[in-house]
Design a protein around this ligand. Structure first.
Ligand code: MG
Length: 182
């Protein structure tokens, strides 16, 4: 499958003031191991991340590159990799279809890897992730890490169902490897 991961709250701890440096990128326990398991089982793994901190002028694209070099370096040290990182740098007030809840990044990913929506799953912690995946027609798993517990407590709108709910990326990976998700 094509597995699309939201970044903040799924792979690393979410920060209300944005991840602004490599030092502020704190991995959620088990997340990198989960990515290596997905890759080891033949799945394509890409990240789809809103980074309005660029559009807002809080960090530069170079800083975001360095943050992602830390992420990729840690995964490569484990003998694995990430196939691509899709970034929506748009500020909310000038959002394009790429910024979630738009589905531009999901469509770009399915095009790049020639995968159909039924063979694509998005894992995220926000309602906007679920909206983007629904628009793109792909499967969706909500993790309770990051903002996920709050997203679930707020209630998932019926038009976004079905949504599988997992504790974190580790459990979401179990679902995918066992074919047990909606
Ligand atoms: Mg998130």
């Amino acid at each position: 499958m094509l597995v699309l991961l939201d970044r903040d709250g799924v792979i690393n701890e979410d920060r209300p003031d944005f991840v602004k440096s490599p030092d502020e990128l704190i991995f959620i326990p088990g997340a990198l191991e989960a990515i290596t398991r997905l890759k080891g089982n033949g799945h394509i793994v890409a990240i789809v991340t809103n980074q309005s901190c660029i559009g807002r002028g809080i960090i530069t694209p170079e800083t975001l590159f360095n943050i992602h070099e830390k992420l990729l370096g840690n995964i490569r040290k484990m003998g694995s990799d990430i196939d691509h990182i899709f970034i929506a740098p748009d500020a909310p007030w000038e959002a394009t279809e790429n910024r979630k809840p738009g589905c531009g990044m999901m469509k770009a990913a399915m095009t790049m890897f020639s995968e159909k929506p039924k063979n694509t799953v998005l894992i995220g912690d926000s309602q906007t992730d679920l909206q983007a995946a629904t628009k793109a027609g792909c499967h969706r798993i909500l993790v309770r890490s990051g903002k996920g517990a709050k997203t679930q407590a707020n209630g998932i709108p019926s038009d976004l169902l079905p949504v599988s709910v997992a504790r974190d990326l580790t459990e979401a990976t179990d679902y995918i490897l066992n074919g047990r998700f909606s």
